[in-house]
Design a protein around this ligand. Structure first.
Ligand code: SF4
Length: 172
């Protein structure tokens, strides 16, 4: 079980998508634009880190904002993620599982996550199992290894590279 939420959900999804992207992003090498997904991830991450950094700090306003925009609260929290396509589905699922784990570690009761693909008119429910928690721990160790590299891993020549904000940086 992890002791802390030491990386952002965006970093976790980048680890799954491309380790080079993770390395570049984590070293602060700017992308050409910040997608809405990344902006949402940042907001959620800000809540988690604020909570971790200073437990006395009032983070209620941010939590409220998150609930209104991304979460449904009944007898537990439902994490909603909206994605454009299923091309990076595994990364989407891992990202949502990381959110679920992060909420759990904050003591928030979570039910499940829903990934919505409006263009495809599809939704997918995501649950967090003990095995998922172990997988996330392995991912976090993998991120440690990638970020300890002195230079970025090489480009991966994936089909989705053309849609990546680092495309010109990697292949320009
Ligand atoms: S363009 Fe491809 S190789 Fe470069 S960071 Fe993006 S996904 Fe990775």
């Amino acid at each position: 079980m992890m002791d802390e939420i030491r990386y952002t959900a965006v970093q976790v999804s980048y680890y799954v998508i491309c380790r080079r992207k993770l390395w570049l992003f984590s070293r602060g090498i700017a992308q050409e634009y910040e997608s809405e997904d990344v902006a949402i991830g940042r907001l959620i991450d800000e809540v988690f880190y604020r909570r971790q950094r200073d437990r006395e700090e009032d983070y209620t306003a941010l939590m409220d904002r998150l609930k209104i925009d991304f979460l449904t609260v009944g007898d537990g929290v439902i994490v909603n993620e909206v994605k454009k396509s299923k091309a990076l589905e595994r990364a989407h699922i891992v990202q949502v599982k990381y959110y679920l784990l992060a909420f759990k570690r904050l003591g928030v009761k979570v039910k499940y996550g829903i990934i919505r693909y409006p263009k495809l008119r599809r939704t997918e429910k995501v649950y967090l199992s003990g095995e998922d928690e172990r997988e996330i721990e392995e991912i976090l160790k993998g991120i440690d290894s990638v970020l300890s590299l002195p230079v970025p891993p090489p480009p991966i020549n994936a089909s989705y590279c053309k849609r990546c904000a680092y495309y010109s940086f990697c292949y320009g």
